[in-house]
Every structure is written in structure tokens, then in C-alpha cells.
Design a protein around this ligand. Structure first.
Ligand SMILES: [Zn+2]
Length: 269
């Protein structure tokens, strides 16, 4: 599998050379840092630290709000504009990832699946949830925005409208009561595009919604309810990470999406 991944990344990089990438806001998705699991989305701490250094040195890292504002008008900035996001809400985010980001004053949006933080039970891929107290502390720095990722990590392409509303509203209530402000941004679990009813429910409640897609969101030409985010994996190392931070490796994401559609058949979270 490791070799297949490297080949997919190399093929995607070759495709980038043939088709130039448009400039725009690059949104990175991280999941975990610190190798408390063997998941491909769980990065070694030293690799993440090097990626943070790269972002601080080579890119203009903005909050999601500022990024969305920049998307409203066409522009051609000198540096790459990047926003950093994390999904799910495991405890390594507060223990390992956030301190490294904060040290470089890098803003970050975390999308936790709130039922796991409320109950303290393990997340779908294993992993302990962060505590609300630790997120509240991180939030006071002004560098952390908390978004919604549904309550139970629900896949919104297959639920009835009342269930969709329940998933969104419970997550909003939980975040508002623990953090003191309701979430303004949303990320679809597993980056699966929602049904038309889900999209409508999301648009009525949030200012933006994120999917996946290894590409930049183009200035002046982006649907903020279908934001592309580039998933970062342990096997990216620094080499492929640099490509993704520049909005590259679109083809890798096409492979990943095809696999996910097959993988999550028949489950609802
Ligand atoms: Zn997730």
C-alpha cells in the first residue's frame, strides 16, 4: 500500500506539471499528530513541526474567516495563502498540534464531532476525544476557531432531513454551550458531499462548508459551501506536503474520493 501511495502522488505531481494550478486559497486538512495510532492521517510530531515551519516561512497563513474574505475578490498575492484545519477533535490536537501552531502564531480551525467530546467515548477511528476545558483554553488565545463536523460524525448524504437538522443543531448547541459562541463553519464528515436537503440545512446555519479536493480555492470564483481542502497524510513527508501546500496533487484526491464512495457504502457515520 505504501508503494501504491507514493506512485499515486508521483502520478499526481506529473499531472500538475502538465496542467498549471490556478492561484487561490489552499485549505489543509489534518486529523492527528503524534502517532498515537497507525492511521495514515496520524503524522509523526517532528514531521508536523517541520510542516508548521514551512508554512510560517513560505506561506501567508490566514484564519478561515480571513481566507473566505480574500476569496471574495480576484487577486494575485505574492505568497501562497493557506488556512489550516483539523477534523474530529482528538486529544492530540490540544496536547501536540495546537502548541506547535500557536508557537508560530498560526491560526487554525478545528471541526470536532461533538457527541464524542460530550460523552468522552472513542472516536470512529479510535482515539480519545479532547476535553471541552482544553479547547476552551486554546480558544482564549484567539488562534482557534471551532467549527461543526456534525454531532455523531454523521454522513450527510444518506440521512432524512429531520436527522440532518438534529445532527447540525446538537453540534451547534454543544459548541455554543462549551465555547461560548456558536460555530460559523462546517466540514462534511469523510468529506462526502451532502444530499440536496443536507446542503440546504448547512447553508441555513453556517457561513461555509468544506469538502476535500487537493487544489486551491480560486479567488473570486469559489462556492464557499463546497470548499476544497487538501488532506495531509503521513506518507506525504515534506516532499508531497510542499506540493499540497501549493495547491497541487489534484489527481491524488480523485483516487481517494473514488475509494471513499466505495468504502462507506451502507454505513451512516
Ligand atoms: Zn471526520
Amino acid at each position: 500500500m505504501g508503494r501504491t501511495r507514493q506512485v499515486a502522488k508521483a502520478v499526481a505531481a506529473a499531472n500538475d506539471r502538465l496542467r498549471p494550478r490556478p492561484r487561490g486559497l489552499v485549505i489543509l486538512i489534518y486529523h492527528r499528530v503524534g502517532r498515537r495510532s497507525t492511521l495514515e492521517v496520524d503524522l509523526p510530531t517532528d514531521l508536523f513541526a517541520r510542516q508548521v515551519e514551512f508554512l510560517a516561512r513560505e506561506c501567508e497563513v490566514v484564519s478561515l474567516d480571513e481566507g473566505l474574505q480574500r476569496l471574495e475578490t480576484p487577486q494575485s498575492p505574492r505568497k501562497i495563502i493557506v488556512a489550516v484545519t483539523f477534523d474530529d477533535g482528538t486529544d492530540d490536537f490540544v496536547d501536540v498540534a495546537f502548541p506547535l501552531l500557536a508557537r508560530s502564531s498560526i491560526p487554525v480551525t478545528l471541526y470536532p464531532a461533538t457527541s464524542f467530546l460530550d460523552s468522552g467515548s472513542e472516536l470512529p477511528d479510535g482515539g480519545r476525544p479532547a476535553s471541552w476545558a482544553s479547547l476552551r483554553d486554546a480558544h482564549t488565545t484567539g488562534l482557534l476557531e471551532i467549527g461543526s463536523h456534525t454531532h455523531r460524525h454523521a454522513l450527510l448524504d444518506r440521512l432524512a432531513p429531520t436527522q440532518i437538522a438534529g445532527e447540525l443543531d446538537q453540534s451547534i448547541e454543544s459548541i455554543a454551550s462549551h465555547i461560548g459562541a456558536p460555530p460559523r463553519h462546517f466540514a462534511y464528515p469523510k468529506a462526502l458531499r451532502g444530499s440536496p436537503a443536507a446542503r440546504e440545512a448547512v447553508q441555513a446555519r453556517f457561513r461555509s462548508a468544506a469538502l476535500a479536493g487537493c487544489r486551491a480555492n480560486r479567488f473570486g470564483a469559489t462556492d464557499v459551501y463546497a470548499l476544497a481542502r487538501s488532506p495531509i497524510q503521513a506518507s506525504d513527508g515534506m516532499r508531497w506536503f510542499r506540493h499540497k501546500a501549493r495547491g497541487g496533487l489534484a489527481l491524488e484526491d480523485v483516487f481517494r474520493r473514488a475509494l471513499n464512495t466505495y468504502r462507506y457504502r451502507g454505513s451512516d457515520c
